[in-house]
Design a protein around this ligand. Sequence first.
Ligand SMILES: C[S@@+](CC[C@H](N)C(=O)[O-])C[C@H]1O[C@@H](n2cnc3c(N)ncnc32)[C@H](O)[C@@H]1O
Ligand SMILES: [Zn+2]
Length: 1012
Amino acid sequence: MGLVGSVILLIVLWLVVLMPTLLERGIPIDVINDYSSVEKGPGRPPHWEMVFWWTRKPLAGARAIIAASLLPDNAYQSMEQFLNDLFPCRGEKRTVHSCNPSQRLIEKLRGKRLLDPFAGFGSIPLEASRLGVDAVAVELLPTAYVFLKAILEYPRLFRDKFIEVDGKTIKELGLEDVAKQFSGKREVSESGRYKVPMLIYDVARWGSWIINRLREDPVIKELYDADIYIGTWEVKCPVCGRYTPLVGNWWLARVKSGNRGYERLAWMEWQNGEIKVIDLNEQCKQQRLGNCDNLSAEVTTRGEEGGSVRWANQKFVVPIKNVDAKRETAQCLYCRAEINHRIVNGKVVKGNKKDGDWYVKWALRRWSENYEKYLRDEITLDELRQSPARPTLLVKVYVKDGDLQFKPATQQDTEKLWKAAEELRKMWGDPDIPIEELWNYHMGTAGQISIWIWGYNKFFKFFNPRQLLTLVKLVKLIRQVGHMVEEEKLKEGWNSEDARKYAEAVTTYLTIALIRFVIFNSVASPIRPDTIMGAIIAGSMTFRGLAVVWNYGDMSPYTNITGSWLKNIKTTINSLGYVFLTIFDSNGNAKVLLDDASELSRLEGERFDVIVTDPPYADDVAYSELSDFYYVWLKRALSDAENNELKPRFLPEAFFDEFGLEIPTQWQRFAPKEVSENEGRWEHFGLKVTFAELLTRAFANVLRFLKEDGLLVAYYVAKKPETWAALVDALWRENGLELVAAYPVETESEESIVAKGKASILGGYVSAWRRRVGERPLDLDVAREEAFREVASRLEARLKVLRGRKGGATTWVYSYLAALEYLTAHYPVRLGGVELGSDGLMRQAVVLAFEALLRSSGIKLTDRGAHAYLALRIMESKSGRVDSDTLSYVEKAVGLEHKDLIGLGLITEVETGGPNVAKRKTFEVLAPRSDTVDEVKRVYSLQRGKSAVIDCLRQLQLNALIKSVAKCTPEVREESLNLARALIELSKSGLLDEDDADVKLSRLVLGMEWWQ
Ligand SMILES: C[S@@+](CC[C@H](N)C(=O)[O-])C[C@H]1O[C@@H](n2cnc3c(N)ncnc32)[C@H](O)[C@@H]1O
Ligand SMILES: [Zn+2]
């Protein structure tokens, strides 16, 4: 290339580099967050119901962010137009994700390519392809890979295949909604004919075929005579020797009706050595007491643990649970002895916690060993039944006209479990029984996924014998369907590749329905009495992990309630209907890759316009381990079984390694590669790689595929400045990027208890990064003034986007991000002659942000306590509190520890309610919350003599209210008046509420009228 060529290239590059995107100019994030938050509740995208996945991102937000990261900043005259094109049905529908983006927008994005290297359940690639953008979705885990195929690939592959079906069949298969959706007709009549996607039709048809085969199965049909069984464990009482059930909850139904009363009230009692059912609706009907669908009863509960009921002039007591795993105690229902015994040297003794394992835990582990020994034919059924713990059934449930009837389970019912065990023993060695081992190390975040310490050391042990037998049969039927579908298509004249792919697709959807059945039909699927009647069983992932459950649901495969096979087929059909809708108006392609974001060898030579991605956050979710609960079933239903071995069939790359060997579990192979941080894993695998290191490595790798001028956009959860450090380290320090835009976003994660309302803002972010141009050193000792000015001007630009909807925390976050933008545009950054690492950079960002904020309000304060007070007031939640995460920002901003803040009388620790696990330190910010004498006195009594400036401010306030004498030195008094002015300035710039009591009092002190 000649000189002229080079110059032109440089100019082009320069132009390109300087062409900012809409995301950098600013998008109306508050509106978009409102749309996103709908997706956390009943407005969830329908296809999310197929199966649970962790931390899925709302579609509305993903769509807006993808589009804005690809459009030039001048693509739209107004933000209204942008929003209208993104969500054409906004204004008509609450769930804006249910409509496709406009053609005009799709046209603007034609030919663009997006990479998501941490695709999960695929919100980002789904919305990208919906916008007409070609998306590549990468996932490390086979489980997510299969789900991504189901959501992104198969519908596209078979989008043109329709089949005409008569109305009668449509109705029989529950395809009415789909038929209406695709024919545009309002009703389905038996005599009509309807075109529906072949794929959806076949899922419905084969789903129904499977259940009909299972109905004929001579063994299975004998095992069920109710819809649901409520099962639990019973243990042999170490005192009286009888087997006592461990009941985690005696309530069966406690369902409120719309108008104050109760739609359903029922519970269990223990009478004469038996379970009895007390059903108030039944009693009401028998005694003809009027409206029995709305019992006017008074119910008090102690959590889920019992309570009392007053109804029809009677008083009832609902028993308290007789097992408490946290406190490690239980009570025998026969002899009432407390079972808090321990196992010491193999003997059952009364002892202290540290002496040995709790008897019940030990008993469950013995069951686990014996269960396996029995199936291996090493002990007899009698011996198995003599285990110190064993499964039992409490109640049978019948579903009738949308209502539930309860009956105590009998000895004959429990016998069915043993019958199933006998069947399983005959089949032992069958590769469809998931004998893979669980991880056996502790996982950082949540103790509940250390469930293996209860004896759940192999996956089949998550199922009682009946559940297990039924699931194994279902696997075999699904596999059989795979072969039948393929044969059918070959007979119809399809080529062998298409026929096979089609069979793969149908089998995959049926397998996903099976996974959902697994989630709702294990010994870890809790009964929840207080929700709607059709959903009495909750999924085993309800607590995000797997927990030991006392009352669990054991569901007949023939029933039709939430989580059942029939309902799951229906859910899959509806999900597919939605997914088909997303590919109607655009032809963005979507490709799914099973790979490690740090490798990606198959993408060699490809380039993307943008990377939009959502990596894991440190130790938030143990993806590999938890989704193994799905993996072991997916692998079976999608593979063949020959000679007591699984053999590759569909998606072999997900289940077999490069040598054709079966991959037993994800945790064994992928956990070390998962971008996360976990001590348990470090120990087990004998290698220690931090989250920041893994993230850095992955980003370094994916950047190879990003065009020179492309944005890297990352979702991230960062509550503390420290958490940002990992991302900043990975992108700024290690990979030469600068932050060019950032937004607080609604994500799926739970809100902080403390900061409700305000601080979902302090949780999830989307940040956009570009390659930094050249070396840009910065010496903060020299450039401090310039830094303040820069941050303040960026902040001003940002605040315009908020359009008057600014709340304290949002403004704070924006100032912080403005500071980070300024700082990350430089490298290296020095302070006091030392080069700053990412941690140091974060700290400087907090300091700069806070200073810039104060300066932009024209505030000058020298007192540190006053400084800290302002910082606290800016960052406090609506209820005037700060949690420890927020506090760490304050600490960094003003250079005081939280102990100092307590010492200065600025905060005081408070107890928060809520479950024990979620308890975190919370502090009340000490400030008057109403402008009354009593309130100021209350606060003053807590602050008196601690910080001279605050002390004096309170005195001045009291003086203004009741003319009491204020005794402060002139200097302190001046600083207190400055603080009062500062408070007023902050309210003017929206950082404090206008009617904040302290602001009002400050006006009073300064002798100001409200309009000044
Ligand atoms: C936060 S989730 C993504 C959720 C997704 N955005 C959604 O809406 O469903 C992060 C994903 O990254 C995956 N992951 C973890 N380590 C990975 C790696 N090294 N390579 C590729 N994917 C990885 C996890 O399995 C997980 O599904
Ligand atoms: Zn007893």
